[in-house]
Design a protein around this ligand. Structure first.
Ligand code: KIV
Ligand code: NA
Length: 265
């Protein structure tokens, strides 16, 4: 099948074809997800949580994301590879933002970058775009701002925040972003955003009336059994399956039933 491009994603929106996006952080999983037909693979700064065990996305570094993204890039043939610019590597000034984005493209093989925020980071977004690097926005519950929010609950329920989000989405489209992620906002607002911009809007906890969906791979595969937000649909229970597999192995080693004759030289 043909490679997914930012151009193709826009056509998908025009044709009403939904876009399927997941996160990936390593080569082996990226290979599976890519071969299964996923449209966009995101090397999210959620690696800070699910790969490194941090409580928030704030501690992960650009070098960490480059390591994960370069691993993922070696596992894909078809998907569009988007990499998050982590906290502290684009907000300070737009030149630093551009440098970070260039490193992700050059050293990690990313096809595009994602950044959190609207008006506040407009200059950084614009400067990255001047280098020909596609940018994806991210609005709503932006986890890099968790200490400002103080809670992981639904964003933009109030009129003023909803209006700002709509303005930010239009601004991101106007400056030339190729897509926007909307995280944990009312479905009705997400629908309004998707209808008012011509670029694809990808939701996570943003209801069905957007142009595509994204989930964190570890969450949808049920690797983490302690995370059950309403928006999460679990497509597997790998926590249980892995636990069972490892328990069987331990049992077999202890009882000397592994390895058997046919597994020996
Ligand atoms: O880092 C991440 O996994 C993300 C998605 C939830 C959109 O930004
Ligand atoms: Na992220």
């Amino acid at each position: 099948r043909k490679k997914v491009t930012t151009h193709r994603l826009r056509k998908m929106k025009e044709n009403g074809e939904k876009i399927a996006m997941l996160t990936a952080y390593d080569y082996s999983m990226a290979r599976i997800l890519d071969a299964a037909g996923i449209d966009i693979l995101l090397v999210g700064d959620s690696a800070s949580n699910v790969m490194a065990g941090h409580e928030t996305t704030l501690p992960i570094t650009l070098d960490n994301i480059i390591y994960h993204a370069s691993s993922v890039s070696r596992g894909i043939n078809r998907s569009l590879l988007v990499a998050d610019i982590p906290f502290g590597f684009y907000q300070g000034d737009s030149k630093e933002a551009l440098k970070s984005a260039i490193r992700l493209m050059k050293e990690a093989g990313a096809h595009a970058v994602k950044v959190e925020g609207g008006q506040e980071i407009k200059e950084s977004v614009e400067r990255i775009l001047t280098a020909g690097i596609p940018v994806m926005g991210h609005l709503g519950l932006t986890p890099q701002s968790i200490y400002k929010f103080g809670t992981y609950t639904v964003r933009a329920k109030e009129k003023s925040e909803a209006e700002k989000l709509l303005r930010d989405a239009k601004m991101l489209e106007e400056v030339g972003c190729f897509g926007i992620v909307l995280e944990k906002i009312p479905a009705e607002l997400a629908k309004q955003v998707a209808e008012s911009v011509s670029i694809p809007v990808i939701g996570i906890g943003a209801g069905p009336d957007v142009d595509g969906q994204v989930l964190v791979m570890h969450d949808m595969l049920g690797i983490n059994n302690e995370f059950h937000p309403r928006f999460l649909r679990k497509y597997a229970n790998l926590h249980e399956q892995i636990t069972n597999a490892v328990s069987s192995y331990i049992e077999d080693v202890r009882s000397s039933s592994f390895p058997n004759e046919s597994e020996s030289y």
